[in-house]
Write a protein that binds this ligand. Structure first.
Ligand SMILES: Cc1ncc(COP(=O)(O)O)c(C=O)c1O
Length: 347
């Protein structure tokens, strides 16, 4: 991996951004006195209630350190090792979790190539072929990412269709929502509308990519599915002793509309970046810009020049496609400076 040019603000990842000042304030405010560890504290109680308000029901909410842990443990809670998890080839669980989902669930991942990061019923029907046949793994879960790793967003109708298909075939729908806030604002929808109302069963709810320092949540929309989860989380090494500092951040993010402001801003900056790049004939935008990521084919010689100043990832070497991510703190000046350099380089 190339070393990032020091001190430059980058479009590499929404994880490369710092922490929203309100999160630091929330951590500082929670840093008073002693409270009971491991989540039996008033901050966690309040944050869980805030989640429940967003989801409109008594959902089971468990805070964990990171997104890989949220995905792996959420999947572990709803799979047996002879069951398979169907996902897009580009899914984070398939390419960016170092095999942790397979190791900790024991389940096989059945991945499907998709042009835009989205699963569709037509792409996954083939996996039903071996249902009931003891020589085949049994499809147990459909896992999708919302927003997807390609910056696209499932519509409510698409989500409903997948959930209906999953349930009809005795499967569950899991959502990797590392960027669920970006998806919600993109769809102008509430969290309830894009999860509970469309039939999602288990959700990894992202915090770090939307301004938190760290912390994600596993949300079971039907509480009964969480019956064993407290043991699974502890055994899976994701029970934070000082839970209050994750809880306080989630509460600060979700009790008002900070989550919305941050995600709206990141999405808006991605749209602006894409609009500017579309003016550069040598660059081709490859995916719909529906959340906070922009994917574009940029000739290799220009990528090398740009990376002398900016750190970002080449997503697909074969077609020279790069991924540019915006975050809650991307500014219009960041984009103007980047575009200025692009234009100077391609001239
Ligand atoms: C789609 C998606 N899911 C989950 C994650 C969370 O990963 P981490 O374990 O790094 O918090 C990421 C982070 O890049 C992601 O992009």
């Amino acid at each position: 991996m190339k070393k990032a040019p020091s001190a430059s603000r980058s479009f590499a990842s929404d994880n490369n951004a710092g922490v929203h000042p309100k999160m630091i304030e929330a951590i500082t405010a929670a840093n008073e006195g002693h409270v009971v560890a491991y989540g039996a504290d008033p901050f966690t109680d309040k944050a869980v209630k805030t989640f429940q308000k967003h989801f409109g029901r008594d959902v089971a909410v468990y805070f964990v350190f990171g997104g890989t842990g949220a995905n792996v443990l959420g999947l572990q809670a709803v799979t047996k090792s002879y069951q398979a998890v169907i996902c897009a080839e580009t899914a984070h669980i398939n390419v960016d979790e170092c095999g942790a989902p397979e190791k900790f669930t024991g389940s096989k991942l059945l991945s499907v190539p998709t042009p835009d990061g989205k699963l569709k019923v037509e792409l996954i029907e083939k996996f039903l072929h071996g249902v009931g046949f003891e020589h085949h793994v049994q499809p147990g879960v459909i896992s999708i990412s919302q927003a997807t790793e390609m910056g696209t967003v499932y519509s409510k109708a698409e989500l409903k269709k997948l959930a209906k298909f999953a349930h009809k075939n005795d499967m569950l729908l899991h959502v990797d929502g590392a960027r669920i806030s970006n998806a919600a604002v993109s769809l102008n929808a509430t969290f309830e509308e894009i999860t509970v109302d469309v039939g999602v069963d288990v959700l990894s709810f992202g915090g770090a990519k939307n301004g938190m320092m760290y912390g994600e949540a596993v949300v079971f929309l039907d509480k009964k599915r969480a019956a064993d989860f407290k043991y699974i989380r502890k055994q899976g090494m994701h029970l934070p002793s000082k839970m209050r500092f994750i809880s306080a951040q989630f509460d600060a993010l979700l009790s008002g509309d900070l989550w919305k402001q941050n995600a709206t801003h990141a999405n808006k900056m991605a749209r602006l970046l894409a609009n500017e790049l579309e003016q550069v004939p040598q660059v081709e935008i490859t995916q719909k810009v529906e959340s906070n990521g922009v994917f574009a084919v940029v000739p290799k010689k220009y990528i090398e020049e740009l990376q002398k100043k900016y750190f970002f990832y080449v997503w697909n070497e074969e077609i020279s496609e790069v991924r540019l991510m915006c975050s809650f703190d991307t500014t219009e000046d960041d984009i103007a400076e980047f575009i200025d350099l692009v234009k100077r380089i391609v001239k």
